[in-house]
Design a binder for this molecule. Structure first.
Ligand SMILES: [Zn+2]
Length: 387
């Protein structure tokens, strides 16, 4: 009987998080992280957080027109770090800037290159053994990820090794998504965010998955989950991503956030991107604090309250005010307009027909002329709504 139950549970692992089964010794749990957080409050060791902008200084990552994922990732990572640093319980390290690795990591790569190579070889050997024994079930790699060149892969594994030794408690990898097959100048078909976590067989799966779910919940307040079928659930386990500790190389909680696809309007309009990434970072921070049981109260945005300006809303343009307007109308239940979803009408700072329609419905609800622009009366109505 007991055996039958066990078999049933093993079948259930195909359903995300129905049952978390670590084949390797467990190295990260939510409970341990909460204890660490409590201890830090009492003057103990701080919770060590690594914020890792995806890819390398001056190399790798998605590109679209003149945009580079690796640079925008630094912008988002620095904003996340700034929030986290305000909490004295955290020690925060950002792995790199746009030009260079953090000196600590650079030095580690230089001094330990052979050691990193050995570490990877040993871990891969262990993993192969687990696969042969049937203790780890090989997952089909349904999501395409660019195969990393050897030295790039080794640096990523090296970061895991360094973080294990340094005592990093949790890592947040910051990325923008891309979908294969669209040209450098034409957008792809998918959009939305996804949070990757380690495959359940790995020792760090438990703590990572709990953290990933908290981040996804906060981002999901007005960011739609990815339309790519495997990413649609929002939290996606991965066996093969090095950042998630593939081959069981990371002992700490680690998550990888694909905030948006690089060709989405949230990213491509520099006029509004700053406020979009402000909120990406803020929602991530709120997710971390919620995970640690110290929730940040209030709305999911830094864009409100907004000092509204009377202004025509021109479709095809982007601005911080349009972003604030979309956030405000979203919080009042007008955006996206009836019959539409966030995936088609994103909160992005870019004005399209969704914004005009939503604003007109708001104006009608206040008995105002439906201009689809912010005139003096609409401005007053927005202010009166406390936004
Ligand atoms: Zn990336």
């Amino acid at each position: 009987m007991h055996r039958i139950v066990a078999v049933f549970l093993l079948c259930a692992v195909a359903v995300p998080f129905a049952y978390v089964h670590a084949a390797f010794p467990v190295t990260s749990t939510k409970e341990d992280l909460l204890l660490k957080y409590e201890a830090a409050a009492a003057g103990g060791e701080k919770v060590r957080i690594l914020v890792m902008p995806g890819h390398e200084p001056e190399y790798g990552g998605a590109e679209y027109r003149t945009l580079k994922e690796r640079d925008i990732a630094v912008e988002i990572a620095n904003k996340i770090a700034a929030h986290l640093e305000a909490n004295p319980r955290y020690e925060v390290i950002v792995a790199r800037d746009t030009l260079a690795w953090h000196p600590e990591l650079e030095g580690y790569f230089d001094r330990n290159w052979k050691g990193i190579q050995r570490f990877v070889k040993d871990k891969k050997k262990e993993m192969q053994k687990m696969l042969r024994k049937g203790a780890v079930e090989e997952r089909e790699f349904q999501v395409e990820h660019n195969a990393a060149a050897t030295d790039v892969a080794l640096r990523l594994y090296g970061i895991n090794k360094w973080a294990n030794e340094y005592g990093i408690d949790l890592a947040i990898h910051v990325h923008l998504n891309d979908h294969m097959g669209h040209g450098l100048a034409s957008p792809g078909v998918h959009s939305g965010f996804a949070v990757y976590v380690p495959d359940e067989h790995y020792g760090n799966a438990s703590g990572s998955t709990a953290l990933g779910e908290a981040l996804a919940k906060n981002l999901n307040k007005w960011n739609a989950t990815s339309t790519l079928p495997i990413e649609n659930y929002g939290v996606v386990p991965s066996q093969s991503l090095i950042a998630m500790g593939s081959n069981n190389t990371a002992e700490f909680a680690t998550v990888l956030v694909e905030y948006a696809y690089i060709y989405e309007s949230k990213i491509t309009y520099p006029e509004a991107r700053g406020v979009v990434t402000d909120d990406f970072a803020y929602q991530t921070y709120k997710g971390v604090e919620e995970f640690f049981g110290n929730p940040v109260l209030g709305d999911y945005t830094l864009a409100l309250p907004y000092v509204w300006k009377a202004e025509e809303i021109e479709e095809g343009t982007a601005s911080p005010q349009i972003y604030a307007l979309q956030v405000a109308l979203h919080s009042l239940g007008f955006y996206p307009p009836a019959g539409e979803l966030l995936i088609g009408c994103p909160v992005s700072g870019y004005a399209g027909p969704c914004t005009t329609r939503a604003l007109k419905v708001f104006q009608a609800s206040k008995g105002l002329e439906q201009t689809g622009s912010i005139g003096p009366r609409t401005k007053a109505a927005l202010q009166a709504s406390g936004l």
